[in-house]
Design a protein around this ligand. Structure first.
Ligand SMILES: Cc1ncc(COP(=O)(O)O)c(C=O)c1O
Length: 342
């Protein structure tokens, strides 16, 4: 089976990551890191601090972006306090406030022609009414694929100064370290979260990191692991950071396949593909073909995500695979459409 349903990166990590594993010093499995004696959390937090040019104390590490979202909520959201999330979002966003007996409120993300958009005025209205303690913005957003524009992001950060803003950039598609540094240096209540799972194709390693605005020092203490992190995984992550060309090549291939899916899927009667900046694309399809299309793709060994949510229940979310996998999928969808749609 070819899995194109979970937003993983089917190209796999850079060869240098495998080299680290082959040559790993196994004594590291038995001994704690001594990074602490140097006043830093780990070799990875130290490196990320250099990459983003911010103090190491403002880099936090976690077991994926999922874990950092969870820890931030556990650290800051009290019982009965509100977390504001986009209406269309990663399913876990809808559960997370409940983990601390907080209250989930939603602000609209709306389709506008070829793309979904953050509706900033509606977000502000909701913010003024609900007064949430925390707000999540996901850019690019899962499953809609759209990003928030830099201009709108700044507007949000300027207006929402009383809340803690989490900008989830799990699906960042170009590195833009300087932009992120400027943001966390300018907005003290901002936490930017990234992960090695998507761009770096290391989902199984479970490494995420966050960059903290100046008011969020408490989260650094909260997430701290005094005995360190997974030493070999950290070395793999460093090897990924040292392989920019490998990842830029994948980003280029994904860019061209994203365009290909957008153009080809929009030619099919009844299909609407939305513009995406992520490693997946959302497509609205006619209700009546859902079950048959699912079966047909399965018979070809292809698995995509048929959405089953209140607001998105006649939609597919296609994770971009390798170029060969993407070709198999688009050919299969076209074959199905030729025989079933006119
Ligand atoms: C928007 C979003 N944020 C975070 C994550 C979690 O990423 P990680 O693998 O780093 O935990 C996902 C996973 O699919 C996601 O869709």
């Amino acid at each position: 089976m070819i899995y194109l349903d979970r937003n993983e990166n089917n190209y796999g990590p850079a060869p240098a990551c495998f080299e680290v594993l082959k040559k790993a010093d196994l004594t590291k499995l038995s001994w704690y890191t001594k990074a602490y004696s140097r006043g830093v959390k780990s070799i990875l937090s130290e490196r990320l601090a250099k990459e983003f040019d911010i103090p190491e104390s403002r880099v936090v590490l976690g077991y994926g972006a999922e874990d950092l979202l969870k820890q931030a909520v556990q650290c800051y959201l009290g019982k009965g306090e509100k977390l504001m999330i986009p209406t269309h979002s990663w399913w876990y966003y809808k559960k997370i406030a409940d983990e601390v007996d907080g209250i989930n409120v939603e602000y609209p993300l709306v389709p506008n022609g070829e793309t979904f958009e953050y509706d900033i005025d509606a977000l502000f209205e909701k913010y003024d009414k609900e007064k949430p303690k925390m707000v999540f913005i996901s850019s690019p957003n899962n499953p809609t694929g759209n990003s928030i524009s830099q201009e709108n992001l700044i507007k949000v950060l300027e207006k929402l100064q009383d809340a803690i803003i989490i900008l989830d950039e799990a699906y960042f598609y170009n590195v833009m370290n300087e932009t992120v540094r400027n943001l966390v240096n300018s907005y003290p209540n901002l936490l930017v979260i990234r992960t090695f799972s998507k761009y770096y194709a290391l989902a199984g390693m479970r490494i995420g990191f966050g960059l903290l605005g100046e008011n969020l020092a408490q989260l650094n203490k909260y997430t701290n692991r005094y005995l360190g992190y997974h030493r070999i995984s950290e070395e793999v992550a460093l090897a990924a950071l040292d392989s920019p060309d490998y990842y830029l090549d994948i980003a280029d291939k994904m860019d061209s396949d994203r365009k290909m899916f957008f153009t080809e899927l929009n030619k099919i009667p009844g299909f609407t593909a939305y513009k995406s900046n992520a490693n997946f694309i959302l497509v609205e399809i006619p209700d009546e073909i859902q079950a048959d299309l699912k079966e047909f793709l399965k018979s070809k060994g292809l698995v995509v995500k048929f959405m089953n949510e209140e607001l998105l229940n006649h939609h597919l979310r296609i994770t971009l695979g390798t170029q060969e996998e993407n070709k198999l999928l688009i050919d299969a969808i076209k074959e199905f459409a030729a025989n079933n749609l006119s």
